[in-house]
Design a protein around this ligand. Structure first.
Ligand code: SF4
Length: 221
């Protein structure tokens, strides 16, 4: 078979494999919502900032008390750095996170009339808000199609052969071209769920993984 035809055939096989994987993903993880507890876009924004390098469970523990006092950005400014640090200490990196939350709240008050903006460009102006956080806020708080790539999404996408991307942005672009925009939010949650429950960073459970027949890295990680 000529090299070009062989390449096209491989591409076709890869595409159908990826679609099969996406189908299984939807079947295995039908209902997926964020585990972070929040009742407004501002609370979600704070919860996502606090979630860096800690578990959603731990964030919820901290925000359960925090959100009784803080409802909007000006409440953060009134609380001040010392009390804020004390309240979020359980989330780790609390000095850095406290600074980010204070500076973000200040900017929201000054520039956005105390509201969380609804465009990625504006969200990225906020201290402590990177592309992943902006995409989570857009998709979860405002239902605006965006695909957030965290460490689980990046690892699982690469292992499953859904992406060859070497960084988060490359993975985001590849998945967004593979999956319809209406499914970006769900696909993000599903890949996280699979990464937490089965395709863990260390010792992935390939033997009991529903993707083992389709996954190009099954048993190799
Ligand atoms: S087969 Fe293994 S490497 Fe592939 S997705 Fe499943 S757990 Fe991850």
């Amino acid at each position: 078979m000529p090299a070009e035809s062989k390449r096209n055939l491989n591409k076709k096989i890869n595409c159908s494999n990826q679609q099969k994987i996406l189908q299984i993903l939807a079947k295995e993880y039908p209902q997926v919502t964020t585990l972070l507890k929040y009742s407004s876009p501002f609370e979600l924004l704070l919860a996502v900032i606090l979630s860096a390098q800690t578990t959603d469970k731990q964030v919820n523990k901290v925000t359960e008390k925090l959100f009784k006092i803080i409802k909007e950005p000006r409440d953060v400014l009134q609380l001040g750095p010392a009390r804020l640090e004390k309240m979020i200490k359980g989330c780790g990196l609390y000095r850095q996170k406290s600074r980010q939350i204070l500076e973000t709240s200040r900017l929201l008050c000054i520039k956005f009339d105390g509201r969380v903006p609804q465009t990625r460009a504006e969200l990225l102006e906020l201290p402590g808000v990177g592309r992943k956080t902006a995409n989570v806020v857009l998709s979860v708080a405002f239902d605006i199609p965006a695909f957030a790539v965290d460490t689980h999404v990046q690892r699982v996408s690469r292992r499953l052969g859904l992406s060859k991307g070497k960084n988060a942005l490359a993975v985001e672009k590849e998945i967004c071209s593979l999956v319809p925009a209406a499914l970006w939010k769900k696909t993000h949650r599903r890949l996280i769920a699979h990464g937490r429950q089965v395709c863990r960073a260390r010792n992935p459970l390939c033997d009991s993984c529903p993707f083992s027949s389709y996954c190009p890295t099954a048993g190799k990680e």
